[in-house]
Design a protein around this ligand. Structure first.
Ligand code: AHN
Ligand code: ZN
Length: 336
């Protein structure tokens, strides 16, 4: 009698949990106690919140290394990540850029569940480019710009991810890294001086990959977000991501399509783009993809605002932030 009660209770629990009840025969014994790790239901990403995080960064002015806006925004990011319960490591180092400028660079690393050995890496660059070198007006070619999309957007999305991580745990540990000095690459007007094979971009991530915050740092995979805010963004499967981390591309694109974001995430090859993920792949050998709004058919490869004075909040669309943010959330909460 007690046995029957137990079985009917079990059946009830199974039905309540939504799994298909099998016909239970009295002689059936459960093969194993069911202690399988379950995936965690993904929380809702708030694009409003991500938008405000971008606006806040822009309010500091351009975040060009060595500038006041850079220092103030860096402090804000650290404070915010700590408030969301992350264990924050700051990596400060001087890096000499291609033109001899010595950049006081600051990589900001937020560790969630630092004791967890199974980790996922999420990253974005937080610095903005010192020069609007593709601006239609040559008078702007050596001026800094707001950097809402290029610099602000990836960080804004990941701050919202951090907020959600503070409310609900994932099964995996998560590291959010804001890389510095990504966008100090050679000025477009100085291309004649370029040297074959020179690497002038992504200096902060290069430093981190050579000097990770933890000895032997590893993660299952990484996702880099760069330029993820423009209205009507199309994310194509970027060349290095496909080469080094095709299974991660498929995982992320699959999650995006299941969540209804197939207009944003195209099953099309994009160009190969030099960005922070290349260092993560080449130096640390962690498969890392880049979600980046590139269009090989457009004149500069990105949007008309890119590396111009126009890269401001007008180029941030909550629909795009939602598509990217919810996709990333669905991916990390589905990890077992
Ligand atoms: C180049 O433009 C060489 N790489 C694109 C990486 C980048 C620049 N991301 C933001 N700004
Ligand atoms: Zn840039």
């Amino acid at each position: 009698m007690r046995n029957r009660l137990f079985l009917s209770l079990l059946l009830l629990v199974l039905v309540a949990c939504g799994s298909k009840p099998q016909e239970a025969k009295p002689e059936d014994k459960p093969e194993k106690p069911v202690v399988e790790i379950q995936t965690v239901a993904a929380p809702d990403f708030s694009a409003d919140s991500a938008y405000l995080f971008i606006e806040k960064q822009v309010s500091f002015g351009p975040r060009v290394p060595n500038s006041e806006g850079h220092k103030a925004c860096g402090d804000y990011l650290v404070e915010k990540l700590k408030a969301y319960g992350a264990d924050v490591v700051e990596q400060e180092t001087d890096i000499t850029a291609y033109n001899g400028d010595v950049l006081h660079a600051r990589n900001i690393i937020a560790r969630f569940q630092p004791e967890n050995k199974d980790r996922v890496l999420l990253c974005a660059h937080w610095d903005t480019r010192p020069w609007a070198d593709t601006d239609p007006d040559p008078a702007n070619h050596y001026k800094p710009y707001p950097g809402a999309n290029d610099g602000g957007s990836g960080v804004g999305v990941l701050l919202e991810v951090a907020r959600l991580l503070s409310l609900k745990q994932t099964n995996v540990g998560v590291d959010i890294i804001f890389f510095d000095a990504e966008d100090y690459g050679r000025h477009a007007g100085e291309w004649r001086e370029a040297v074959i094979g020179e690497e002038t971009w992504a200096l902060g991530s290069e430093y981190w990959a050579n000097n990770p915050h933890e000895k032997g740092y590893n993660a299952r995979y990484g996702i880099l977000l760069d330029i993820v805010g423009a209205p009507g963004s199309k994310f194509r499967m970027e060349g290095y991501s496909n080469y080094y981390a095709m299974n991660v591309v498929n995982k992320v694109w699959g999650a995006a399509h299941r969540a209804g974001y197939s207009k944003f995430f195209l099953y099309e090859e994009g160009g190969a783009i030099t960005d922070d993920h290349v260092n993560v792949n080449k130096i640390l050998r962690i498969p890392c993809i880049d979600i980046i709004n590139n269009d090989p058919a457009s004149p500069n490869g990105f949007g008309p605002y890119h590396h111009t004075m126009k890269d401001d909040m007008d180029w941030i669309d909550k629909k795009t932030l939602q598509a990217v943010g919810q996709t990333v959330i669905n991916v990390i909460y589905s990890e077992k």
